[in-house]
Design a binder for this molecule. Structure first.
Ligand SMILES: NC(=O)c1ccc[n+]([C@@H]2O[C@H](COP(=O)([O-])OP(=O)(O)OC[C@H]3O[C@@H](n4cnc5c(N)ncnc54)[C@H](O)[C@@H]3O)[C@@H](O)[C@H]2O)c1
Ligand SMILES: [Zn+2]
Ligand SMILES: [Zn+2]
Length: 361
């Protein structure tokens, strides 16, 4: 049996998204049908709409979501109908070289559903990041469903499905921030603020938030920033050095995705410090640095995909910290909206007015 539901579709490059009837098949082997309860609007959805990811239009957007499993296909044992789950885009295969080396967070062959969701006329849809959750129901690989405590708010914990996990993990997993560290975060949108929150959780004592927008800097304080720098009128590198005894920060997280902010991150870290790039650059961007500085400063230059998270390990732990009041996921939710409002939410995101708009179903 197929399900006719509503879904937010991007039909062509740069075209406004439309709310359409979509057809979601019953789950095949290894798949799960999920009734979506909440889905955050992420910058990557906008990248898809603008043709910045690939040209596989039409896309079914939305990928930062939580909901309830409605049905499972043959052979699915990890989740069952009625389970409350966060959807993830890292359903690890368990068999590739990374998985076999015990590093499943770098899995090269993550699973998505193979049955196709379609438009009413049968045109196959490409679900964003293999999820497609701006819809009443979506079809995913069962491994994309991570079971968590059902008493948690779907609006809040769904955010762990993408951007907030990316920022938290950039600090905790990739950056390895630990007690007593000094950390600087450049770019304090949803991802950067999550990196601030991650640094705070990990016990960093100095957390410097850098942005060009004072509102964002005010918000960053709520997540644990101890200092703020507006790099529109202050030199970010000098300011970070001044705030760290002249040395630079132990870990600098770049959450913008531009060569000039990456350079700031590179020079604002202490000798032997770590730079983590979590912002996503565009294909034409180039970086130029004296190779001697790369060598001479030592340390580590890393990039972080999805916060190097392992959903089965990290989601339940972070939900638990949220429920204990130690991780304020609610503070990331600027507004809750309906499926009809996704296009307007893109506009607000573009103007920097929101950390997260979350569609509630
Ligand atoms: N690596 C991953 O797995 C992953 C996952 C999700 C999102 N992302 C990426 O993370 C980045 C941030 O996402 P977001 O949702 O927080 O976006 P956002 O637009 O909400 O935030 C970007 C922030 O950077 C600030 N900014 C812009 N130019 C700046 C500059 N020159 N100096 C300092 N600050 C500047 C903006 O004022 C804004 O606050 C994006 O590139 C996004 O695609 C990466
Ligand atoms: Zn694998
Ligand atoms: Zn995302």
């Amino acid at each position: 049996m197929a399900h006719e539901v509503r879904g937010v579709v991007a039909r062509g490059k740069g075209q406004p998204v439309s709310l359409e009837t979509i057809v979601v098949p019953d789950p095949g082997p290894g798949e799960a049908l999920v009734a979506v309860q909440a889905c955050g609007v992420c910058h990557t959805d906008l990248h898809y709409r603008e043709g910045g990811i690939n040209d596989d239009f039409p896309f079914l957007l939305g990928h930062e979501a939580a909901g309830v499993v409605e049905a499972v296909g043959e052979g699915v044992t990890d989740v069952a109908p009625g389970d409350f789950v966060i959807l993830n885009w890292r359903a690890v295969c368990g068999a590739c070289r990374a998985c076999l080396r015990g590093r499943p967070q770098y899995c090269f062959a993550t699973h998505n559903a193979t049955r196709k969701m379609t438009l009413a006329d049968g045109t196959p849809l490409s679900p964003a990041l293999g999820i497609g959750a701006f819809a009443d129901k979506t079809l995913v690989a069962a491994g994309q469903c991570t079971k968590v405590d059902p008493s948690a708010s779907a609006v809040a914990v769904g955010l762990l499905g993408c951007g907030i996990m990316a920022g938290l993990g950039a600090a905790i997993n990739t950056g390895g921030v630990t007690r007593g560290d000094s950390v600087a975060v450049i770019g304090c949108g949803g991802v950067g603020d999550a990196a601030v929150a991650g640094a705070h959780l990990a016990g960093a004592t100095t957390i410097i938030a850098v942005d060009v927008d004072d509102t964002k800097l005010d918000w960053a304080r709520r997540f644990g920033a101890t200092h703020t720098v507006n790099s529109r009128d202050t030199d970010a590198v000098e300011a970070i050095r001044d705030l760290t005894g002249g040395f630079g920060a132990d870990v600098v997280i770049e959450a913008v995705g531009r060569p000039e902010t990456y350079k700031q991150a590179f020079y604002a870290r202490d000798l032997a410090g770590t730079v983590v790039l979590v912002g996503v650059p565009t294909p034409e961007m180039r970086l130029e640095l004296p190779l001697l500085d790369v060598f001479g400063r030592g340390g580590a230059l890393k990039s972080s995909w999805y916060g190097d998270c392992l959903p089965s390990r990290d989601f339940p732990m972070l939900v638990s910290l949220y429920q204990q009041g130690r991780l304020d996921l609610d503070a990331f939710v600027t507004e809750t909206i309906a499926l009809e409002d996704v296009e307007a939410a893109f506009e607000k995101m573009h103007h920097g007015e929101v950390l997260r708009s979350v569609v509630v179903l």
